[in-house]
Design a protein. Structure first.
Ligand SMILES: [Zn+2]
Length: 275
């Protein structure tokens, strides 16, 4: 199904007023898409036969246009399906409009959580969908499993009208971005910002201020953005994350992420504020 326009309402159970059904299909974090189309589609009106006869887990995603949309998470690798292929969700980054990408990301996040919590980690019994909320419950020992969301901070640090940008060892090519890192247990977001910047770049920061947030479902992060000011220290790369970091003025910026991501929005904020 090609989506001309997309209207989506999350729901825990199907809307009985429509008989239309759609599917989004995953094998682990790989999504099934149509091959050879100019813009790939990942919404299927029918479940391919090979999928229907495989072992899978199912979750309801919500109402997508006029259809009830289910997410299928295969538990075994299916045989080849004509005109389709499984691709990592990141392969769709520049091929789909943002709202479709976020829908695919949301589906990915829900089904991967459900597939990896089919059994209770505490007593090993099968879990069930909980009524009235998106959660899985173990009826044997009573534990509830909520969807996994991993919070991470991302921060624009400014010193004398210049922004701190780093090159991660994970980035391909000459691509620089603001610093980011996952929250640790027991930490506030502000403490996490201060620790990450110190660990990754050897810099102390002050005036840490909330900027905004962005769900980043690849696979399950929640990016919480901050701005901060340099408070001391010279750039020193301490850990395994970065292989380069520098201060950049607005007119001498390297390649940076687009404003689709909160990283790009923080960099844009810096440009506008300090140009
Ligand atoms: Zn249990």
């Amino acid at each position: 199904m090609t989506l001309e326009s997309l209207s989506f309402t999350p729901a825990l159970s199907p809307d009985t007023s429509t008989k239309h059904q759609t599917f989004i299909i995953f094998y682990y974090s790989n999504i099934l898409i149509t091959k050879d189309d100019e813009m790939p589609s990942f919404i299927f009106n029918e479940m391919p036969e090979q999928i229907a006869s495989s072992k899978y887990s199912k979750q309801h995603l919500g109402k997508l246009n006029n259809s009830n949309c289910d997410i299928i998470g295969l538990l075994e690798k299916p045989s080849e399906i004509e005109k389709t292929e499984f691709v990592p969700i990141r392969a769709l980054f520049n091929k789909l409009p943002q709202e479709q990408l976020l829908l695919a990301g949301r589906a990915n996040q829900i089904i991967n959580w459900a597939v990896s919590h089919r059994f209770c980690g505490r007593c090993a019994h099968k879990t069930q969908n909980k009524e009235h909320e998106l959660a899985l419950i173990c009826n044997n020992c009573g534990i509830t499993y909520y969807p996994t969301i991993s919070p991470a901070v991302i921060v624009a640090v400014v010193k004398d009208g210049k922004i701190l940008l780093g090159h991660s060892k994970r980035f391909k090519g000459q691509f620089y971005s603001v610093l980011a890192g996952f929250l640790e247990i027991g930490e506030t977001f502000e403490e996490c910002v201060a620790r990450e910047v110190k660990e990754e770049a050897g810099i102390k920061v002050k005036n840490i201020k909330y900027f905004g947030s962005q769900p980043w479902p690849f696979p399950n992060s929640m990016m919480v953005g901050f701005t901060a000011e340099w408070a001391g220290g010279e750039i020193a790369l301490h850990d395994e994350e970065l292989d380069d970091a520098n201060w950049y003025a607005p007119e001498e910026m390297p390649n940076t992420p687009g404003t689709f991501s909160i990283a790009g929005q923080l960099i844009e904020w810096f440009r506008e504020t300090y140009s």
